[in-house]
Design a protein around this ligand. Sequence first.
Ligand code: AGP
Length: 369
Amino acid sequence: EMLEKGGFDHFMLKEIYEQPRSIRDCMRGRIYPEEGKVQLGGIKEFADKLKNIDRIIIVACGTSWHAGLVGEYLIEEYARIPVEVEYASEFRYRNPIITEKDVVIAISQSGETADTMAAIEMAKERGATIFGICNVAGASIPRLSHAGVYTHAGPEIGVASTKAFTAQVTVLTLMAFYMAQQRGAITTSKLIELLTELNEIPDKIQTALESNDIIKEVSEKIKDSRNCLFLGRGSGFPVALEGALKLKEISYIHAEGYPAAEMKHGPIALIDEEMPVVFIATQNSSYEKVISNIQEVKARKGKVIAIVTEGDVEVKKMADYCIEIPDANEAFLPLLATIPLQLLSYHIAVMRGCNVDQPRNLAKSVTVE
Ligand code: AGP
């Protein structure tokens, strides 16, 4: 087993460190930065259909649903197609309005999640086109879908999803650019710029992993907390949700992810000196707004841990602990900001003596509803 873990103490840690490679594998043969072109062979036969669709509905559960929320930002931003993101378990039991002009994207690491499969079947009956995003080749979901794109992250053994999540986000990024390209919503020069940057993301993830020692120190400081809040804005919000889910799953600390601006509508009541608040506070369009949210937490003596852009000055003046990630276009922020949060929950869980790879009550794939 030690061999299988490649010298790491746990599968989860191995899988976290695999991400520069898994993301590169996911992009291989699909992006052409010099030409400003994205190719997705798996959905090619629907290239024309993409020009006329009215709406995209993303269905998924858990971490895959968080990837879906990132996808919503990207598809709306670049392809300008309205997107709805639904929990498969809720979607299947409603009477949703679905037409032949809808594309349903089902996201699943395992490809065997019962609720996601049922949601696909229902949408198919109502005439939608189904695209699957899956990590396991030949699983049920790719077989149920009309077309799809594999994430190619390699087998994920840790029950808490890490590399599968970032690969799902990568595929959704590629899909957003592909749809934008098919619909003429983006210029070639803009695509050249974005794809050139995307190509550098695996190296930047490698750099983000180098903060491991600092993250371990921060983990030591907050490992005994009973609660933890994760806040972000824009596509930093699904990153916050995913950070909170990881911490809950493996360390059993109660954690919540929230859009930072929603804090004052309720969760702010929880803040005192015992409450660690993890902010996604990178330099992007919401930077200034996040800074004022940090001030609100500090004014109530909360403990602020901030994920910041390399070289940040402003947040460092306020936060108790800062973890740096490399600068990147806002489109790729979720891919980078997720890395320190994975490491944070990993170290906290190890320090608390938890079974990181097989947390209590959880299964790798939920094949019952
Ligand atoms: C992730 O850490 C979880 N254990 C869980 O939320 C998972 O993402 C969810 O059950 C969906 O699984 P799937 O991607 O295989 O469909």
